[in-house]
Design a protein. Structure first.
Length: 369
């Protein structure tokens, strides 16, 4: 039974049976009605789902519903229109070529809309991850930007390939050509790509982050920025040092920000005229002074060696906080306390001196007659 049989009253209006592009006017009217009804229903459903997800988002603290809500906001009106037109076209009797075109257009619209949804979800996931890690890992922004770029590139590449495949293009040869071209580009830009992947390695492996004080070879400073190609370090003297990321990964990096406590070794020299009993007491004097300071942990103090002009004592202790200024403050108080203690005990600090010993001998002369 054809569609026209459902409309007996149409016989009273001959123009409704007038053929137009292979279909009667009444069939075209029904197709338009179906498309309009589908468009209205799709908008109602989309609005309902959006409001429902929004209520769930407001009632929960989970992140996944926020991502769905943002993805729903990426739903485009033209996508709903294309779907509605496709629904209306099912009523029509179209040539195979025309139906293939309509179907291809619907698939392309779906792929494009899916790419927009995926891009929105990817962006939300990255922003959500950054918001949770930004304070603990300031360098994450660089990696996230690179990963977002790579993710969107992969997503849209897949969508384009699927679209071309649905349009009848042989994507096998295209993929093979892209592979060969990709190899050629990689060889031509291997230094840039090396620095890019080095940047990803730095941020994912985290040998250092922004704000860390590092030493690379003979250069040192505070990390200011980790870029896609270079890392920038502010030297103590004020200038900015720029390192290629690949060079950093190939270097031995000393990261002082990761220091949990600082090991300190210092020496004190006293004169050789110091009595043996005083020499034996000096390690205990130093120990008492070090242990009296805050944020310190005493390790050892020994008479290490006899120098050219001093008896040398070596002391090792730990400052429990890594801050360099704290260490210098502690060492300063130790030095002042040692100066006062040695003065009170009559112990003299050694300084470079030389003693000249002169031995006089008498020569007796013999006279002959």
């Amino acid at each position: 039974m054809t569609l026209e049989r459902y409309f007996d009253w149409a016989d009273q209006l001959p123009w409704l049976n007038y053929p137009f592009w292979g279909n009667s006017a009444i069939r075209w009217l029904v197709a338009v009605g179906v498309a309009l009804l589908a468009l209205v229903l799709l908008r109602i459903v989309a609005g309902f789902v959006r409001r429902r997800v929004q209520r769930i988002t407001e009632a929960t603290t989970a992140a996944w519903d926020d991502g769905i809500a943002q993805a729903m906001q990426a739903t485009r009106g033209w996508f709903l229109l294309v779907v509605a037109i496709y629904a209306g076209s099912t009523v029509l009797e179209l040539p195979e070529r025309a139906r293939d075109i309509v179907q291809t257009a619907a698939i392309l619209a779906l792929l494009l809309q899916a790419a927009l949804w995926g891009s929105k979800l990817l962006r939300f996931s990255i922003e959500n991850y950054m918001s949770r890690r930004r304070e603990s890992d300031p360098a994450l922004a660089t990696t996230v930007a690179a990963m977002s770029l790579v993710g969107n590139l992969i997503l849209w590449s897949v969508v384009v390939l699927l679209a071309l495949d649905n349009m009848g293009v042989d994507v096998t040869a295209l993929v093979a050509g892209l592979g060969v071209g990709g190899i050629a580009v990689a060889l031509a830009a291997q230094n840039i790509l090396g620095d890019l992947f080095a940047s990803l390695s730095i941020v994912l492996d985290k040998p250092f982050v922004m704000g860390d004080f590092i030493i690379v070879g003979s250069e040192m400073g505070t990390v200011e920025k980790i870029g896609l190609k270079t890392t920038r370090v502010r030297a103590l003297s004020g200038e900015q040092l720029i390192f290629a990321n690949t060079d950093l990964l190939q270097s031995r990096i000393r990261n002082f920000k990761r220091m949990q406590e600082r090991r300190i070794v210092f020496t004190v020299g006293v004169v050789y005229d110091t009595p043996a009993s005083k020499l034996a007491d000096i390690p205990q004097m130093i120990r008492a002074i070090v242990e009296a300071r805050e944020n310190t942990r005493f390790d050892r103090s020994h008479l290490k060696e006899f120098g050219d002009f001093a008896v040398i004592f070596e002391t090792v202790y730990y400052v429990r906080v890594p801050d360099y200024n704290v260490y210098m403050d502690v060492q300063q108080t130790i030095n002042l306390a040692l100066f006062e203690k040695f003065a009170a005990e009559g112990v003299e600090f050694a300084y470079p001196t030389q003693k000249l010993f002169v031995e006089r001998t008498e020569r007796q002369g013999h006279t002959g007659g």
